[in-house]
Design a protein around this ligand. Structure first.
Ligand SMILES: NC(=O)c1ccc[n+]([C@@H]2O[C@H](COP(=O)([O-])OP(=O)(O)OC[C@H]3O[C@@H](n4cnc5c(N)ncnc54)[C@H](OP(=O)(O)O)[C@@H]3O)[C@@H](O)[C@H]2O)c1
Length: 235
């Protein structure tokens, strides 16, 4: 069945590849980007594009208002956009628990936690009119307490994904009676600008798995933290 899907960070990396997969599968895909003319996303000819910087509350509200002009309902929201401390100037090897300045730490949390919260809040009326509505928050294995205890160089990023998971669990509980699902997904360690060349998974492998997952998730999955293939990820 064709789904109306809104995906953030659709201009590059995993978001762009996932948008391509979902369009290819016949879904009605709306994507957001910070830039006004995201060339690679435009080339996919999605149902719509909105401009949105999720670090900025007014920009989120304006972006989702523009989305509501394009579509009255949404079946799936995918919060895919994200950033780590390198996006705010931190050197590769200066991201440990005692390295980061407060502004950088807060900036990462603003993009990865506050952003999805603001987008979810603003898009909720659209999802409430959707069919089998589902919110998919792209998390990370580094948001897992078990994994973060021994790996993950970027403390702000790890903390932000753990906080996104906590937010997602709370949203799942609050939306259960409305039959709107909320699921957290680790997409794999993937060869994007963020994941780097050493990552074992290609963008195509991850995005194909995620696109198939989008079609499989149901309300029975709400509150779960899963890998790209739908298996449970440890907390
Ligand atoms: N790659 C991995 O190995 C991996 C592993 C686990 C989880 N993830 C998660 O997967 C998601 C996608 O990551 P990726 O690997 O595709 O990263 P990426 O290639 O670095 O792309 C990041 C995306 O997020 C957008 N973004 C950053 N800050 C933003 C803001 N303030 N407002 C709106 N959009 C913003 C970027 O837009 P601009 O072009 O404007 O910067 C870009 O579209 C992220 O949530 C990431 O944490 C990735």
């Amino acid at each position: 069945m064709t789904k109306r899907i809104f995906l953030t960070g659709a201009n590059r990396g995993l978001g762009l590849a996932l948008a391509a997969e979902l369009i290819e599968a016949g879904h009605e895909v709306y994507g957001s980007a910070r830039e006004s003319a995201p060339t690679d996303l435009l080339a996919l000819d999605p149902a719509g594009i909105v401009q949105l910087d999720q670090a900025d509350e007014a920009s989120v509200d304006a972006g989702i208002a523009a989305l509501a002009e394009l579509t009255p309902t949404l079946d799936v929201l995918i919060n895919c956009a994200g950033a780590d401390a390198r996006a705010f100037g931190s050197p590769e090897d200066r991201r440990g628990p005692f390295d980061l300045d407060g502004e950088t730490f807060t900036n990462v949390l603003r993009v990865n936690v506050t952003g999805p919260m603001l987008i979810t809040r603003a898009a909720l009326p659209l999802l409430q009119r959707g069919v089998d509505a589902m919110i998919i928050n792209i998390s990370s294995q580094l948001g897992s307490m078990e994994v973060a205890a021994t790996s993950g160089r970027d403390t702000a990023y790890c903390v932000s994904k753990a906080a996104l998971n906590n937010y997602s669990v709370k949203a799942a509980g609050a939306l259960r009676d409305e039959e709107i699902g909320v699921v957290m997904v680790h997409p794999g360690w993937v060869q994007t600008d963020m994941g780097g060349e050493r990552a074992p998974m290609t963008v195509d492998e991850s995005s194909a798995a995620l696109a198939s997952l989008v079609e499989k998730l149901t309300l029975a999955d709400t509150g779960r933290f899963v890998r790209w293939d739908g298996t449970d990820h440890p907390w």
